[in-house]
Design a protein around this ligand. Structure first.
Ligand code: ATP
Ligand code: MG
Length: 286
């Protein structure tokens, strides 16, 4: 990657509906490799929905807009035309807010599959996995770097993991997969203060110049070692304001009242979305 140009994840005019209800109403966001962006916003504003839409979760229907990987030479790949596994092989990674457990599958085996697939994008199912010895060596080194007990990788994926352990497993995945673009959805939730600090340091060490990171968080501690180039605020399914790291600090300290009064239209959409949810949940009157 010489010169000024770098690969970017480019989202334009993205609208996303879930179960027929429009959640995202026109999101524009550009993340370059080597950049950290923070995404904040009140509960239910659509942050996780954006992550799922980028990864291609089938419940999240893109009704308008585009998502492209734009190479340094200007070459464009249409992410929306790819299946979720192709998106992962193209170098896009989502650390879930609520990761799934896979009882019976050990974390190490899961990682060996994932790493093999991401590193050999043309591999067919059933073809050789990355050699065990090489994989084990790499896993051991990464776990040591992240101060993780090597025994941890023998446990079943997220099965009976504490909240903190789940988040640690996601960070280990991030370290092993080394995606081009990572969306970290509340990687700090459920972590105690020391664990958030460790997570923040680990992400900074893994990220570096090669990775573009979107950090979805309600707190600024995770950003301590990952100072965002930009902080974006989502309200009512749109990014209403972008600023620097000081914006994250302000929102953490003072909440979203200033944002709601500054963007009354988006605040009205937020209220309407909540009313719609409530109406859908109530039993229909006869
Ligand atoms: N799979 C789903 N089924 C039904 N509703 C959904 C689904 N996913 C998202 N929604 C709805 O979309 C809206 C936005 O949810 P989303 O999870 O994106 O918010 P968020 O900004 O990540 O909130 P939080 O800060 O609480 O994590 C909410 O009203 C939510 O209930
Ligand atoms: Mg969320």
């Amino acid at each position: 990657m010489g010169g000024e140009a770098k690969e970017q994840l480019v989202i334009r005019g993205l609208h996303v509906a879930v179960e027929g209800q429009e959640i995202l109403k026109g999101v524009d966001l550009t993340i370059g490799r080597g950049e950290v962006h923070a995404l904040m916003g009140p509960n239910g504003s659509g942050k996780s929905t954006l992550g799922y839409a980028i990864m291609g979760h089938p419940s999240y229907e893109v009704t308008a807009g585009t998502i492209h990987l734009v190479a340094a030479d200007g070459g464009r790949r249409d992410l929306l035309a790819m299946e979720p596994d192709e998106r992962a092989r193209a170098g896009v990674f989502l650390a879930f807010q609520r990761p799934m457990s896979i009882p019976g599958v050990r974390l190490a085996d899961f990682l060996r599959h994932a790493v093999t697939n991401v590193r050999n994008p043309d591999r067919k199912e059933g073809e050789e996995l990355m050699p065990m010895k090489e994989f084990r060596g790499e896993l051991k080194a990464k776990m040591a770097e992240l101060s993780m007990d090597p025994e941890f990788s023998r446990r079943y994926v997220n099965d009976g993991f504490s909240g903190g352990e789940m988040k640690r497993a996601e960070i280990l995945q991030l370290a092993m997969l080394r995606p081009k673009f990572a969306i970290l959805d509340e990687t700090d939730s459920g972590l105690d203060a020391d664990a958030v600090r460790l997570a923040s340091e680990s992400i900074a060490r893994i990220g570096g110049a090669e990775m573009g990171i979107l950090v979805i968080t309600h707190h600024e501690q995770l950003l301590e070692h990952n100072v965002p180039l930009q902080t974006h605020v989502m309200l009512g399914g749109r990014i209403v304001e972008s600023g620097g790291p000081e914006l994250a600090a302000e929102l953490h300290k003072r909440g979203y009242e200033r944002i709601r009064s500054a963007y009354p239209e988006a605040a009205a959409v937020e209220r309407a979305m909540q009313d719609e949810k409530r109406a859908a949940a109530e039993p229909t009157a006869v």
